[in-house]
Design a protein around this ligand. Structure first.
Ligand code: COA
Length: 344
């Protein structure tokens, strides 16, 4: 505390603590059988290679902000209402290239005037957003932050591409973080983040940015679609999520044996199994929803947290390890002890 300035607070009292949770899925559900009727694939191939049976898809009149508003409203309600001073939106699929989508979401939630901006880290977006939100609280910029991760990833896909269409789904998850103590349940542990731009070619949408312009001569339809080198992505995902998880657990002062729940980005059920096996975490401690929702990119982790809190897979006191991997490449991991029963 300074003599004549405002009080300063020890960093341990400016931890970000989870106090609200919510999600939203667009109502249209598409099965593997439906996809197999129009793509050169089969129900069995999709399920056995990815673990996915169904995914939710946004219709042509639904934008990312529409999903974000629904998830954000539910998270705010779960937090008991009250003000937030910042809204961070993690997304790969903003409503427009300009402006960011977060200010629109904030306004539609009745929060004109607060700080609002987007974070772009593809499937690691939620963890990058979590570190950002925690930083806003630590810096004294906000006492409470609404972090939403929302995607309409289906809008990036070539509808004829059997290697991507079966994998991705649309959806949104959101959390409210409040200022609190690093020692209390719900406090977000140290967030480990990393990137490797040298491997950006593994996951990409080539056209539409400043490098290859949407209206330029090099633009052809396939260049505007999402593409990935699946097998190499798979290998990198297992390696990076494993490394990041080890670092986050060590930074939190935990050991891997004490992890009760592994909440890994839902990219592929086999990827989660490999990561768990790499970390010696029993399969029974892995939390899944990929079978029902597919890979929802940045939305994956908060959507999974929200559903798992609702169905009782996450209960107060559980030591939770979260990890994600995505385009960029980007990756990350963090920890928290699951807070009281009133979440979800
Ligand atoms: N139906 C049937 N066959 C398919 C198919 C589909 N939907 N998609 C790909 N195939 C074929 C390929 O064309 C290939 O055929 P070929 O051997 O004749 O060339 C064969 O299956 C194997 O392809 P491959 O890509 O090596 O398969 P895979 O076992 O690695 O599984 C993924 C493909 C995409 C499911 C897997 O690589 C994966 O999950 N990668 C990570 C994806 C991801 O999570 N991305 C997001 C990053 S967060």
């Amino acid at each position: 505390m300074t003599a004549d300035g405002p009080p300063t607070t020890a960093p341990a009292d400016r931890a970000a603590v989870l106090c609200g949770l919510g999600h939203w899925l667009p109502p249209t559900v598409v099965t593997n059988e439906e996809l197999s009727s129009r793509l050169d694939t089969s129900e069995e191939w999709i399920r056995s290679r990815t673990g996915i049976s169904t995914r939710h898809l946004a219709g042509p009149n639904t934008a990312t902000s529409d999903l974000a508003v629904e998830a954000g409203a539910r998270a705010l309600k779960s937090a008991g209402g009250g003000e937030v001073q910042a809204l961070v939106l993690a997304t790969t699929t903003p409503d427009h290239p300009c402006p960011a989508t977060a200010p629109d979401v904030a306004a539609r939630l009745g929060m004109t005037g607060i700080a609002a901006f987007d974070v772009s880290a593809v499937c690691t977006g939620f963890l990058y957003g979590l570190a950002t939100a925690a930083g806003l609280i630590a810096a004294g910029t906000a006492e409470r932050v609404l972090l939403i991760a929302a995607e309409t990833f289906s809008t990036l896909l070539d509808p004829q591409d059997r290697t991507t269409v079966p994998i991705f789904g649309d959806g949104a998850g959101a959390v409210v973080l409040r200022r609190g103590s690093a020692e209390e349940p719900g406090a977000i542990g140290p967030v480990v983040l990393g990137s490797d731009g040298g491997r950006r070619e593994l996951i990409a949408v080539d056209a539409g940015g400043s490098r290859r312009r949407a209206d330029g001569p090099a633009d052809t339809a396939p260049d505007g679609y999402f593409r990935m080198r699946g097998r190499e992505v798979f290998r990198q995902a297992v390696e990076r999520m494993g490394e990041a998880s080890r670092s986050a657990v060590a930074a939190a002062g935990w050991s891997l044996e004490t992890v009760d729940r592994l909440v890994a980005h839902q990219a592929n059920a086999r990827i989660t199994s490999f990561v768990a096996s790499e970390l010696d975490i029993p399969t029974a401690r892995c939390v899944h929803n990929i079978g029902r929702v597919g890979n929802t990119a940045a939305a994956s982790i908060p959507l999974l947290l929200s559903q798992a809190a609702q169905d009782g897979t996450l209960t107060p006191g559980h030591r939770v390890l979260m990890t994600a991997f995505g385009g960029g490449l980007t990756w990350g991991a963090t920890t928290l002890v699951w807070p009281g029963p009133d979440l979800g």
